[in-house]
Every structure is written in C-alpha cells, then in structure tokens.
Design a protein. Structure first.
Length: 209
C-alpha cells in the first residue's frame, strides 16, 4: 500500500481545485474525480511501492493515492499539467490520449517479467478508453503473454457525456482476467457550468471537465 490519504482528504483536494478553477486561477482543462473514492482506495491497497501506475486525463486521485504530495500536484495543475501528470519517483505516468498508456503498460509489464521482478503495472482507463482499438491490442498482449499488468476500467457510463448504450447499443465485451471494472456515479459532470471569466484579458470558458 502506497499512501494512507483518506477519502475526505481526496474530496477536499478536488473541491479546492474546483474553486481555483472557478476563480479562473487555472485557465487549462482539468478533469475532476469524485464519487469513486471508496473504489479507488480499495484498489490502491493492492498497489505496492515500486509498481508502475498508468493513469488518464482524470489523474488527480490516482496521483494522490500513489503517494504523490497534494502540494506538488496542485503546483502541476496550476502549471497546466493536469492532463499529463508525471512523477518519475513514483513510477507514475498519465496520458490524455484515451487508453494512451495501455501499450506502454504492456511494454513495462513485459520488461518486469523478463527481469523476474515482483513489481506490477496498473493501467487505468475510462469506459471511453475501453472503446479504443489500442486498448484491445494491449489487453490481448498482456493476457496472451501472462504479463504482470492489470487494467482497470473506471466505468462512469459516459465518454464526455455520451452513455455506453448511445455509443455501442447493447454491446458488452467480455475481457480476460487482466481487466477489472468498477462502476461509479461521478460527482462532477464532464462538461461544465458554461460560465465565462476574464483571465489576463482573455475570455475563458469555465466548466468542470
Ligand atoms: C484517442 C482519443 N480520442 C478522443 C479523445 C477526446 N476525449 C477526451 S476525454 C473523452 C471521453 C473520455 O471518457 P472516458 O475514457 O470514459 O473517461 P471519463 O472522462 O468518463 O472518466 C474523449 C472522447 C481523446 N482524448 N483521445
Ligand atoms: Mg467514462
């Protein structure tokens, strides 16, 4: 287990970022988590020191649970790096390309296996990321070569604001055992409040992402 950050601390962090965003202190896209604290805290109990964590455009909770400091994360967010948080010391990488880390996670898992390492790769994707062809390829490779990598689908039944049924009808893929899924109802909608604020003379659209 990497970090003992508790649910309330996660929520307080995201609320603080939300306020900063509303006050136009963060004129960059951000994606807030919320509603998935319990599920993530459970998952992170299995993630050990030295494991590799691959995250998404919605990475704040992952980073904090990986052991990242809230101060460091806030600094990165204020620099416009929310969608690509990276920390070499924590083996933490994220990508805003949907499922963009899945092939990298498979490659790292292959290297770990070749080195007889006891470390693992953990790769988070949204249900929108699950739709991507390269996700399928990475899963097939990990499953076929029995690599130490777990993919976790964070299923909030939306890709931006489009439900799974609207995207793919009743289709439900049965993934192999290296893929897990948890469901949650998000606190923040993907698209925001529609407010406009003035940031250094530039009109900036405000909203949760
Ligand atoms: C390859 C790719 N296609 C499209 C996008 C545009 N895009 C950004 S977020 C998003 C929806 C993400 O849905 P999901 O993966 O379920 O994550 P959630 O925001 O619901 O947590 C899309 C389509 C992208 N970032 N990358
Ligand atoms: Mg989603």
């Amino acid at each position: 287990m990497r970090n003992k950050i508790i649910k309330d601390e996660l929520i307080v962090f995201e609320e603080r970022i939300a306020r900063l965003f509303e006050q136009a202190q963060i004129p960059y896209p951000i994606h807030l988590s919320g509603g998935n604290e319990d599920q993530l805290i459970e998952i992170f109990k299995e993630i050990n020191e030295g494991d590799y964590i691959f995250s998404t455009h919605r990475s704040h909770y992952h980073y904090l649970l990986a052991g990242g400091s809230p101060e460091n994360l806030e600094k990165m967010i204020l620099q416009g790096k929310s969608m690509h948080i990276y920390d070499k010391h924590l083996n933490f990488l994220s990508s805003s390309i949907l499922a963009g880390c899945s092939g990298i996670a498979a490659g790292v898992a292959l290297a770990l296996k070749r080195k007889n390492s006891n470390k693992k790769a953990w790769c988070f994707v949204g249900d929108g990321g699950e739709d991507e062809g390269h996700f399928y390829e990475a899963v097939k490779y990990v499953d076929g070569h029995d690599l130490p990598c777990t993919f976790i689908i964070e299923d909030n039944n939306r890709s931006v604001e489009t439900s799974k049924e609207a995207r793919y009808g009743k289709s439900e893929i049965k993934w192999p055992k290296c893929v897990r899924r948890y469901h949650y109802v998000p606190t923040y909608p993907h698209v925001g409040t529609g407010k406009w604020v003035n940031f250094s003379g530039i009109k900036v659209g405000m909203g949760w992402m």
